[in-house]
Design a protein around this ligand. Structure first.
Ligand code: CA
Length: 448
């Protein structure tokens, strides 16, 4: 457990020990939430009889751009506004730590849910990454889109390694000239950053399973390897791209925005038993996150967002490192033009096409599982598309998202379908959720 997690837990125990009147006084110190789209005439959006079953939940997050809605919902008082003043957001050491903590649950000192790469909730639900221990999970909303990219070590500058790899043989034949294979890293296997870099390599004809070495490595170790010449590529997210380019460690070959505009990224999911026991509290948490996402997407709030998340107890990073990605400003390096457009960076509520980001489209859950099938992951569980769809139907609780959005008055932003429709990637490939076989058939490089 991190020092922060310990500190937070101690603080909770202390708070829980004081009288109710004292607790109210303590809460009075927090800043009231800004009133946005809810009924301004109502003193509280929590109607009589709708009080949440509990006011507390413990949610895990990682100190990266994806978690901003969770931190903001806590710090700007949006959880409290919807009747959940005692939600804790607890920094996790890494993805494996978050996974282990959700298996334990908050009653055991872990977490009730939080931020996930995809399809981690589905893999936990099926016991695939929890030693066979199936912990039913509920995907409740998407946290963000974009804000990720693929960094390349500076040693490879000038080789035309961009969105498309100009000379795939430079990478494929790396071993014959360098005595080792081209080495690339992500932070957790079989999830987003693994998928992004696999897709990117394969689109240029590099097989990530046979032509290179691809493995999970902690970020700090990866960046050190890029400095000293033992690591060549890193599938990563904000704020690492800024640091890698600005500290002259390497350059960005691409942003995920270029690979798949407004792609699904990280999600909010909780233990299903918690959701079943606390349906009103679940929706209250969702409403707090939804309002935080709307707040985060207002460019006028990005400066305050950076000031909040940069804090020592949250991302613990300088504001000058965090500001550029939250403004969509990316130096790419290696002679590529920079980006300066807030819509290429992390977005949280609604994309410029008018599609919901927050709503958890089942078609996106399915893509993560179909992409898992592409690479031969979890073959004994993902036996066919019906198996994948069955898992999506069990885990994805878009129904609760819709109920929460309706109750909070965000009705204009509720999608009419559980599918966002056909998705198009930078190499022209298309994923039609109605015909995943056609997508797999269209891909040249995949597990046999
Ligand atoms: Ca990510």
């Amino acid at each position: 457990m991190s020092d922060f997690a310990r500190l937070t837990r101690r603080k909770f125990l202390v708070t829980a020990g004081v009288s109710a009147a004292g607790a109210v006084l303590l809460k009075g110190c927090t800043q009231p939430a800004a009133n946005t789209t809810t009924d301004a005439a109502s003193p509280s959006p929590v109607a009589a009889g709708d009080a949440p079953e509990t006011t507390r939940a413990v949610l895990g997050y990682l100190p990266i751009a994806e978690s901003a809605p969770l931190v903001i919902a806590k710090e700007k008082g949006f959880f409290a506004k919807y009747g959940m003043p005692d939600v804790e957001v607890v920094k996790q050491a890494n993805w494996a730590g978050a996974r282990d903590n959700v298996v334990i649950g908050s009653q055991g000192g872990g977490i009730d849910g939080g931020q996930w790469q995809m399809p981690m909730p589905h893999l936990i639900h099926e016991g695939i990454i929890t030693n066979g221990n199936k912990v039913p999970m509920a995907v409740l909303c998407q946290l963000n889109t974009q804000g990720n990219g693929i960094a390349i070590a500076g040693a490879h500058a000038g080789q035309g390694i961009a969105l498309k790899i100009n000379d795939p043989d430079y990478i494929k034949e790396f071993q014959s000239t360098n005595g080792r294979r081209f080495k690339a890293a992500f932070t957790f296997p079989n999830a987003n950053q693994d998928f992004w870099i696999r897709y990117w390599f394969a689109a240029s004809g590099v097989n990530p399973d046979t032509d290179i070495e691809l493995l999970a490595v902690p970020p700090a170790e990866t960046v050190q390897g890029m400095r000293n010449g033992t690591m060549d590529a890193f599938s990563t997210g904000d704020p690492w791209p800024y640091r890698i380019v600005n500290e002259d460690i390497g350059f960005m070959s691409t942003l995920t925005h270029e690979m798949w505009e407004y792609h699904p990224e990280e999600y909010f999911a909780m233990r299903a038993d918690w959701v079943e026991s606390n349906p009103k509290a679940t929706k209250a948490i969702l409403k707090g996150i939804m309002e935080a996402q709307q707040w985060c997407d207002d460019p006028a709030n990005r400066g305050e967002l950076v000031r909040i998340v940069s804090g020592r107890q949250f991302f613990n990073a300088p504001t000058d490192v965090l500001t550029p990605p939250f403004e969509g400003r990316y130096e790419m390096g290696d002679g590529k033009p920079a980006f300066d457009n807030i819509n290429v960076g992390p977005l949280y509520w609604k994309d410029p096409n008018g599609n919901s980001i927050s709503y958890p489209f089942k078609s996106h859950d399915l893509w993560f599982l179909v992409e898992s099938m592409r690479w031969g992951f979890h073959k004994n569980v993902l036996t066919d598309f019906d198996a994948a769809k069955r898992i999506v139907d069990q885990v994805n609780r878009e129904d609760l998202w819709k109920e929460a959005a309706t109750e909070a008055g965000f009705t204009a932003d509720i999608p009419s379908s559980t599918s966002r429709g056909v998705e198009t990637f930078f190499d022209g490939k298309r994923f039609d959720p109605e015909n995943p076989q056609a997508y797999l058939d269209s891909l040249d490089i995949k597990a046999s």
